[in-house]
Design a protein around this ligand. Structure first.
Ligand SMILES: NC(=O)c1ccc[n+]([C@@H]2O[C@H](COP(=O)([O-])OP(=O)(O)OC[C@H]3O[C@@H](n4cnc5c(N)ncnc54)[C@H](O)[C@@H]3O)[C@@H](O)[C@H]2O)c1
Length: 439
């Protein structure tokens, strides 16, 4: 059996395991973007190849090239980057591809059916809009854009174009997230009462510079002209997950952001704490800091019957069997609990976190520590690009995907406004788009 055949079988069994192999399953109705990577979609595109160009061949672009090269239904025919060393690196991976520094020349190639854009955030909107207008099916990395009006312009152009648009929100295709959402929506953890999400790392978020003059070009993430910092780079993923769980979008946000540790000339916050509020009173807290990685990353979804951690791929029921009485007593003695109870005063036991180790959502679990800013195996990115290739061939969009991504992008930008203006921000009516799952 070849490697590709094995990968395909693995993917088939994953689809079957989580119950959305075949057109009639509930997951396909609830999560319709998955239709683009079912067995049916694969059958429809078998023997055909999506002819793609990659625009932006830095770290994420190269990562996508790696995933695309494992697929049978794609041919990368052009590569584009305005930084020659990155273009050269990518061309070594795709030797036959035509090379360009200017993306407009790529869009002028009639043989290019689809483009995958993995440029810095400030370069997303105009390239995506030009690509859709040039009649190309388009994949653009998350977040959508640096400004709300550009996100909306991208959405409107997509709707008018009749072309396919994908945004790089790979958790929509991640098996453990899909299963987690099925469990949440079927009531396993009860009513959602709180969402705690966080992303912690301990590194300066810098890339090595071949020459100091390239600081802003290489380390674009650190400067407001090109980047929304932690909110657009990291939080956009987790905001999408929270809304997916809640089936609605928050109505308001407040927050604080600072540069507390990496005072190296960067402009974007290295520490952010925000509270998003949904109309039913549920709060989504978001905390991100890149000078301590103790907590890693998670979107902890709390219900009145249990807690679910999709990134770890685990869930914890509130009424899990308690430890036998004797074990509790031993535990309390070991932790000197009784020494700390005031004699003749009110007795109390410290309310420490649950020791429930939880259950895995899926038998095969892929967890990671968030240390990679490029991508990790098994996080849905492979299925996402596979789905895009199928859509390029069939011309069928991944339903609801753009809307899910749009709202997470707008909310990450609204969070930045709340922190910069030090005020409560209400979700602006003019940025609501028709999406029956949320509004
Ligand atoms: N979905 C995810 O999990 C994930 C992970 C990492 C990065 N990303 C996203 O991918 C995008 C790229 O991030 P990265 O880490 O690869 O950045 P990078 O700096 O490594 O790569 C960006 C590349 O785009 C090129 N570029 C810039 N402007 C261009 C233009 N006008 N035309 C052609 N090429 C241009 C740069 O020269 C560079 O090679 C960002 O939007 C980022 O948020 C997403």
């Amino acid at each position: 059996m070849t490697f590709i055949e094995k990968k395909l079988i693995d993917r088939r069994s994953f689809l079957k395991d989580i119950g959305y192999l075949g057109g009639a399953s509930l997951a396909l109705v609830t999560f319709p973007w998955l239709n683009a990577c079912t067995a049916t979609a694969r059958k429809e595109t078998a023997g055909e190849k999506a002819k793609l160009a990659i625009i932006g061949t830095g770290s994420r672009g190269t990562y996508h090239i790696g995933n695309l090269s494992k697929l049978p239904n794609v041919e990368i025919i052009a590569l584009c980057d305005n930084f020659e060393p990155h273009l050269k690196q990518a061309s070594a991976l795709v030797p036959g591809a035509k090379l360009f520094a200017d993306y407009r020349e790529v869009l002028a190639l009639p043989e290019v059916q689809g483009v995958l854009i993995a440029t810095p955030l400030d370069q997303h909107a105009h390239i995506t809009i030009d690509a859709l207008k040039a009649g190309k099916h388009t994949f653009c990395e998350k977040a959508m854009a640096l400004k709300m009006e550009d996100c909306l312009a991208m959405y409107n152009t997509y709707r008018e174009s009749g072309k396919v648009l994908y945004i790089g929100q790979q958790r929509l295709f991640d098996p453990k997230y899909i299963r987690a959402m099925e469990m949440i929506h079927s009531g396993v953890i009860g009513e959602i009462t709180d969402i705690r999400s966080y992303w912690f790392r301990n590194n300066d978020w810098r890339r090595p510079l071949p020459d100091p003059s390239l600081e802003r070009k290489i380390n674009w993430r650190l400067y407001k002209e090109y980047s929304g910092g932690l909110m657009t780079e990291l939080a956009s993923h987790q905001l999408q997950v929270a809304n997916w769980a809640m089936k609605m979008i928050p109505e308001s946000v407040m927050g604080m952001g600072d540069i507390i540790f990496w005072k190296d000339g960067r402009e974007v916050f290295d520490s952010v704490n925000l509270i998003y509020r949904y109309s039913n009173g549920v709060k989504l807290t978001y905390e991100s800091n890149i000078s301590n990685k103790f907590n890693g990353l998670e979107v902890q979804i709390l219900g009145h019957k249990g807690t679910l951690e999709p990134e770890k791929g685990k869930y914890y029921l509130e009424d899990a069997q308690p430890a036998p009485g004797i074990m509790q007593l031993i535990n309390q003695i070991e932790h000197n609990v009784f020494d700390r109870i005031a004699i003749a005063g009110p007795s109390w036991v410290p309310e420490t976190a649950s020791l429930n180790k939880g259950e895995y959502i899926l038998p095969q679990n892929n967890a990671h520590d968030g240390s990679s800013s490029v991508g990790v195996a098994g996080d849905g990115s492979e299925q996402l690009v596979e789905a895009f290739c199928n859509s390029v061939i069939t011309g069928k969009p991944a339903e609801c995907l753009v809307e899910e991504a749009y709202y997470s992008s707008i909310l990450s930008l609204l969070g930045i406004q709340a922190m910069e203006e030090k005020t409560l921000k209400i979700f602006p009516e003019e940025y609501k788009i028709p999406y029956s799952k949320f509004v």
